[in-house]
Design a protein around this ligand. Structure first.
Ligand code: G3I
Length: 397
C-alpha cells in the first residue's frame, strides 16, 4: 500500500472511532464493536437509546445488576410509574417527589437524558381525583384548573431537566372500543372535551420553554387505510396537523412500539414511511415504550426450545424493524425500551389469558437475548447515505 493511501486509511479509521465516541482498543486487543454498549453505538447516529426504569428495582440492593445495566447501556431514562399522577400526588395537595427525584439524580449521575412520562393520561390517576369527579364534589371548571395546576407543578419542578415530556398519552380510542369509529376517549375527553389536549401543551410550554413536548400513543407504528375513522395513525396525524395549524406547541409524536409476535406487525419500510410523514409536519418522533411480547404456551413454560426459539427470533426481528425505521429518519430522536429485562417487565402481570412474556431484550437472569445483539448490529452496520445523524429539534413557540 502506498504511504499516502495508508495514512488516509488510518485517518478514516481514527475518524470513525472518534465519531463512535469510543476509546481505542486496549493494547493487544482488537476493537470489537459488539462489545460496546447500546448507548455508545447509538451515539454515532446522535440517537439516544433509553429504558423505562422501575424505581423499586433500581433501589433493590440484592439485585445490583439492574442498576448497573440501567446506567451503562442507556443514554436516556423514563420513569415507568414514578412520574404518573397517582405516584406524584396520592393525596390532594401533597406531592411525593421522592422517587421521581431519585430517577433525576440517577440520570444526572450517569449522564443520561430524561423523558418525562406522563402529564395527562386517563390511567393511574389518584383516587381523590376520580372519586371527586364521580361524586360531583369536583366540578368541570375546577377539574380544568386542577389539571392546569398539576401540569404546571410537575413541569416546573423539573424545568430545564427534562428532554422530552409525554404531555398527553393515549387520548385516542381503538377499533375494538365502542363505538368502533375512532374518537377521543377516556376520563379527560369525557369531562373536559378534546380541547384539553391543546390546553395541556400550552400549559406545559408555559412552565418549561425548553422541553420538547410529545403526544404519545400505541398502535401508531404505521399508517393503515388512511381513513381516520379506522386508522389510528391517520387520526393522530390529523390531530397533530390541526394542533400545529392552530399554533399549539407540540414538538413530537411518540410511537410506543408495544408489539407482539402473535401479530402480523409491519415491515421496516411501512414504519419508516410513518415516521417520515410525521416529520413532514415539522415534528420530531421517538419510539418511547418498545417491547415485543409472546404468548407463553405450556410448551414455552416447560422450556421447549422448539417453541421458544421462534419467539425469540420473531421478537428480535420486530425490535429490529423499529430500530431500523428509527435510524432511517433523522428526526427520530430516541429509541426507548419499556424495561430491559423479563424479570421486571409489565407484560406478565398484564396479560394472563393467555399468559404472555419474553418481551424484553434481556432474560430474567440478565442474559442478553437475540434482540439485544440484533439492535447492536443495526446500530453498527448502518450509516450514510441512508442513515444520517439525527437533526436536533428545538421547542416550538
Ligand atoms: O404500586 C402498587 C403497589 O403498591 C401494589 O402492591 C402493587 C400490587 O399490584 O401494585 C402496584 O401498582 C402497580 C404499578 O404498575 C406499579 O408497579 C399497578 O398495580 C400496575 O397496574 C401498574 O402497571 C403499570 C401500568 O402502566 C399501569 O397502567 C406498569 O407498571 C407500566 O409499565 C405501564 O406503563 C404503560 C405506560 O405508562 C403507557 N403506555 C402503556 C404502558 C404499558 O401498559
Amino acid at each position: 500500500m502506498k504511504l499516502r493511501r495508508w495514512i488516509a486509511t488510518g485517518a478514516v479509521a481514527m475518524a470513525t472511532l472518534a465519531t463512535l465516541n469510543i476509546a481505542p482498543a486496549t493494547a493487544g486487543r482488537p476493537y470489537d464493536p459488539s462489545n460496546q454498549s447500546l448507548r455508545n453505538l447509538a451515539m454515532r447516529h446522535g440517537l439516544h437509546v433509553g429504558t423505562a426504569v422501575d424505581l423499586a428495582a433500581l433501589n433493590d440492593t440484592t439485585d445490583p445488576r439492574y442498576r448497573e445495566i440501567a446506567g451503562s447501556e442507556f443514554s436516556s431514562v423514563t420513569a415507568e410509574n414514578a412520574m404518573k399522577w397517582e405516584s406524584l400526588e396520592p393525596t390532594r395537595g401533597t406531592y411525593n417527589w421522592g422517587p421521581a427525584d431519585e430517577l433525576m439524580a440517577f440520570a444526572r449521575q450517569h449522564h443520561q437524558r430524561v423523558r418525562g412520562h406522563v402529564l395527562v393520561w386517563h390511567n393511574q390517576l389518584p383516587a381523590w381525583l376520580t372519586s371527586g369527579v364521580a361524586d360531583g364534589s369536583i366540578s368541570t371548571t375546577e377539574l380544568r384548573q386542577i389539571l392546569r395546576d398539576h401540569i404546571t407543578a410537575v413541569v416546573t419542578r423539573y424545568k430545564g431537566k427534562i428532554w422530552q415530556w409525554d404531555v398527553v398519552n393515549e387520548a385516542v380510542s381503538d377499533p375494538w372500543d365502542t363505538p368502533s369509529t375512532l374518537h377521543y376517549k377516556g376520563f379527560w375527553a369525557e369531562h373536559l372535551g378534546p380541547g384539553y389536549i391543546a390546553d395541556a401543551f400550552r400549559w406545559a410550554r408555559a412552565a418549561d420553554p425548553k422541553a420538547l413536548l410529545f403526544y404519545n400513543d400505541y398502535n401508531i407504528e404505521a399508517f393503515g387505510s388512511g381513513n381516520p375513522a379506522d386508522d389510528k395513525t391517520q387520526f393522530v396525524y390529523e390531530m397533530a396537523r390541526e394542533l400545529r395549524a392552530k399554533g399549539v406547541p407540540i414538538d413530537g409524536i411518540g410511537s410506543q412500539g408495544h408489539l407482539g409476535t402473535q401479530y402480523g406487525n409491519f415491515n421496516t419500510f411501512q414504519v419508516s414511511a410513518a415516521l417520515k410523514k410525521f416529520a413532514g409536519l415539522g415534528l420530531a418522533t421517538a419510539f418511547t415504550e418498545v417491547d415485543v411480547r409472546s404468548q407463553l404456551t405450556e410448551a414455552v413454560q416447560a422450556g421447549d426450545s422448539a417453541e421458544i426459539n421462534p419467539r425469540l427470533q420473531a421478537s428480535a426481528a420486530n425490535f429490529s424493524v423499529l430500530m431500523r425505521a428509527c435510524l432511517s429518519s433523522p428526526h427520530c430522536l430516541s429509541f426507548t425500551l419499556w424495561g430491559f429485562d423479563d424479570k421486571h417487565s409489565w407484560v406478565p402481570g398484564w396479560f394472563d389469558d393467555p399468559p404472555e412474556g419474553l418481551a424484553t431484550v434481556y432474560d430474567e437472569n440478565y442474559q442478553p437475548k437475540l434482540a439485544y445483539h440484533e439492535l447492536k448490529a443495526d446500530l453498527i452496520y448502518s450509516g450514510p447515505p441512508f442513515v444520517l445523524p439525527r437533526v436536533p429539534h428545538h421547542p416550538r413557540r
